[in-house]
Design a protein around this ligand. Structure first.
Ligand SMILES: [Zn+2]
Length: 461
């Protein structure tokens, strides 16, 4: 892996983060990378191309992290730990008493899923593959943005309790995001910004006094005038934001964008007045706001103008991403599954599932779960969806017509939105999570079966 402007190394020293080292009275030994992030660079998004099931198998939603599961929640928590105040009531991470420990004029806005890895300054997290060496890295950090990647060579873990042998997405992201917001490595062993981690990296989830001193040095201690959100409520699509220090006029309310966010920009409602001496803002929910965070911005451009990020639970949905692993077929091809289009409980068409690199002229079918993912041995490969399983209709792979099962020119496809409309499956309602895998015939395989990897998505209305 080529060393770009900033790169991070835990397992082997290849590149070292530069920047001045600040030795302050006491034992603080954080360092800075030479930049801070303005209010237009506070977005955090995930392109969820983690392949390990263990990276996306935490599927129980928590009220402080609404609408998301798996790696997304691990990333969200890692960013929120640097926030000015407890995120919601601060719970949801069994390894620390409170998420949200920065106490600075710094808060991130969680913007959910990105449609791709983005450019070096698009503030997107994703994975790459390099054989060994680098565990995770910041490819680029600066005032104009950043990009953070995790190495798929290693096994990654999303477990909120930090159980399991894989590296901890949340812990390592908390460290990498410290670089993004402007910190270098610390010389204090045990701080999140220390240059190495032991074990799976869980200890890095919780920022320590030296890290807190660092973010407060860069952004200032949370100002007494900084707006604070203490509660949100939604009744009939009218949102009431409760707190303090809201401006009399011209407040903005920021939302996480519904479905996926191509730009990173939050959904913003502007020009809002407050009542109750700056303690309440009432507004109509914008249609493109999804589950995630709400922030209030008062007039001004410094970090002190932006509130803490407060969780809000709204109906959600998300695009497809691939997980689990396909079985190599008898001709040495790896079936490739994908989903294209918006998953919808009502549209009747438009979410096309397809599997390529499968044998020609054989039968097969998609099957799915609405319960959860799985990764268990199954017919010489892996079962990637948790029973009970529902089968969709049988199709034929087509492709080269000359001789069945003679090459990998076959393709299966099916429109899942059409299946929702025709199947009558009562589980397929707006907001439902779906995990889909594909099975087909493979006469040359010991089990005579080919299995794809899997895709997961959540149905929009
Ligand atoms: Zn680092």
């Amino acid at each position: 892996m080529h060393c770009l402007r900033r790169i991070d190394v835990f397992a082997a020293a290849v590149c070292v983060l530069g920047g001045a080292v600040w030795l302050l009275p006491g034992s603080s030994a954080f360092s800075t990378a030479g930049h801070t992030l303005g209010l237009n660079q506070r977005d955090v998004r995930l392109f969820n191309n983690f392949q390990d099931l263990s990276a996306n198998d935490a599927i129980i939603e928590h009220p402080n992290w609404p609408g998301f599961t798996g790696a997304a929640v691990a990333i969200w928590k890692g960013a929120a730990e640097w926030g000015s105040l407890a995120h919601g009531d601060g719970t949801g991470d069994p390894t620390q008493p409170q998420v949200g420990s920065g106490g600075a004029n710094f808060d991130a806005t969680w913007q959910g899923y990105a449609p791709g890895v983005g450019s070096l300054t698009d503030n997107v997290i994703s994975t790459f593959y390099a054989s060994g060496g680098i565990v995770s890295m910041v490819e680029m950090v600066g005032a104009t943005g950043w990009r953070i990647r995790f190495n798929e060579f290693y096994v990654w873990e999303d477990d909120p309790a930090g159980l399991g042998p894989g590296l901890d997405i949340q812990g390592l992201f908390t460290h990498e995001y410290g670089h993004a917001l402007g910190l270098g490595h610390s010389t204090v062993n045990g701080s999140t910004m220390f240059s190495s981690v032991s074990g799976t990296g869980i200890a890095s989830r919780s920022i320590e006094p030296d890290d807190i001193a660092g973010v407060q040095f860069l952004y200032g201690v949370a100002a007494a005038t900084k707006p604070i959100i203490t509660g949100v409520s939604v009744i009939n699509s009218v949102l009431t934001v409760t707190g303090q220090n809201f401006a009399a006029q011209n407040n903005e309310v920021w939302f996480t964008r519904l479905y996926e966010n191509p730009s990173g920009d939050p959904v913003v409602v502007s020009g809002l007045a407050s009542t109750g001496g700056g303690s309440s803002i009432v507004l109509a929910l914008p249609p493109d706001a999804g589950p995630g965070d709400v922030l209030v911005r008062v007039p001004g451009t410094s970090g002190a103008a932006l509130s803490n990020a407060y969780p809000i639970d709204l109906p959600g949905c998300h695009a497809s991403f691939v997980y689990c692993q396909a079985k190599l077929n008898s001709l040495g091809c790896t079936p490739s599954i994908s989903g294209a289009g918006v998953p919808s409980a009502s549209s009747g068409s438009g979410l096309v599932l397809s599997v390529s690199q499968v044998l020609n002229q054989v039968n097969g079918l998609f099957f799915y779960s609405t319960v959860g993912p799985a990764q268990s041995p199954f017919l010489g490969g892996l079962l990637c969806a948790s029973p009970p399983l529902q089968r969709m209709g049988i199709g034929n792979s087509g492709g080269n017509p000359s001789a069945p099962a003679s090459d990998c020119s076959g393709v299966f496809s099916a429109d899942f939105n059409a299946w929702v409309a025709s199947s009558g499956d009562p589980a397929l309602v707006a907001g439902a999570d779906v995990w889909v895998q594909h099975w087909s015939r493979d006469p040359g395989d010991p089990f005579t079966v080919s299995l794809s990897a899997a895709v997961t998505f959540a149905l929009c209305p």
